[in-house]
Design a protein around this ligand. Sequence first.
Ligand SMILES: Cc1ncc(COP(=O)(O)O)c(C=O)c1O
Length: 403
Amino acid sequence: MNEQEIINIENKLMANVFAKRPIVITRGRGALVWDINGKEYVDCTGSYGVALLGHSHPKVVEAVCKQAERLISCHAGFYNDMRAEFLQKLVSITPKGLDKAFLSNSGAEAVECAIKLARKFSGKPEIIAMMGAFHGKTMGALSATWDKKYREPFQPLVPEFKHVSPDNLEKVKEAITDKTAAILVEPIRGEGGVRIPPDGFLQGLREICDEKNVLLIFDEIQTSFGRTGKLFACEHWGVVPDVMCLAKPFAGGLPIGITVAKENVMSSLKVGEHSTTFSGSPLVCAAACAAIDVLVGEKLSERAATLGGYFKAKLEELQAKHSIVKEVRGLGLMIGVELRFDVLNILIKALDRGVLILDAGRNVLRFLPPLVIEKEQIDKAISVLDAVLEEEENARSSGTPSD
Ligand SMILES: Cc1ncc(COP(=O)(O)O)c(C=O)c1O
């Protein structure tokens, strides 16, 4: 199939729910991907944060091939060696006390499980989430997601969800009632524009939850696995939640969702009350074991801290040079660049020049590159962005903005 045929088939036969970029990616290695014509791109999207170890990490590839020969599927109604090995590795890296897990297939599923768990454990219905939050698009997760463009077409959503203004402990306190089961929060809001909470906010949430006997759930689907320079973002503030939702990079690129909780919390779910057919499949668990080995063995969270500092400093130089850049913010290799206008044009122009960048809302560029990205690849991304911002600035100052 040639490029145009592939594009036509996806457009015709796949639900048109994705904002498509006009390239066909067929190969990837480390922080690079190539399109069907052999053109190379520096992938600062990391497949929306999934390819954190780099594309097709050789150790993940080896583990998947080996396991595929042995056993691909095994329902969680039976025991399995790879699943047991993965669970042990998982709880060896999760914050202390979070040591009982439910395994699923996606971030939204990890959130669904957390919502059910909160209701079952507490016997109460209400979940408090943050304005600006993103937790996924299945009905429960969507009810916790903030953006009305995702929510409105699907009303009525799951009842008893409310949103409070983020980073504001007083508002959280006021929102808690005797029906509140849990507070659900991303330690750093990803889709919401890469927003880092003020110091004291997450600690304050922990104190409020302890005082009011409410569960604290962290959605670390985008922020975990070393992304921010620590294995889990909550470690920056020394706060341990009662339940944590994980997904994206945990299986080295294969689909996975994980809800990990304190033992007494997870044990409130009884046989049959929650399940999914693919829970803890041997193939995915083999990939996830290899992924944890690579993450820890190659000290990738430390690399994220160092390279993230380098990347952010370079972006700050661009901010000093281009007045259309409003703010640069981030931790490790999770970085947002807020512009004074819509970013779509910048994304398309950067893609043309071989750099893939994500957005986060209308006016924020988001960088979630693989943690194995090389300094020279960061330099390429910076020089492309520099040129594209310059072009956009010139177009705007001459009164002919190109978007
Ligand atoms: C913080 C957060 N929660 C939940 C999700 C949903 O994950 P998935 O798309 O795997 O369902 C995402 C996805 O981007 C996310 O960033």
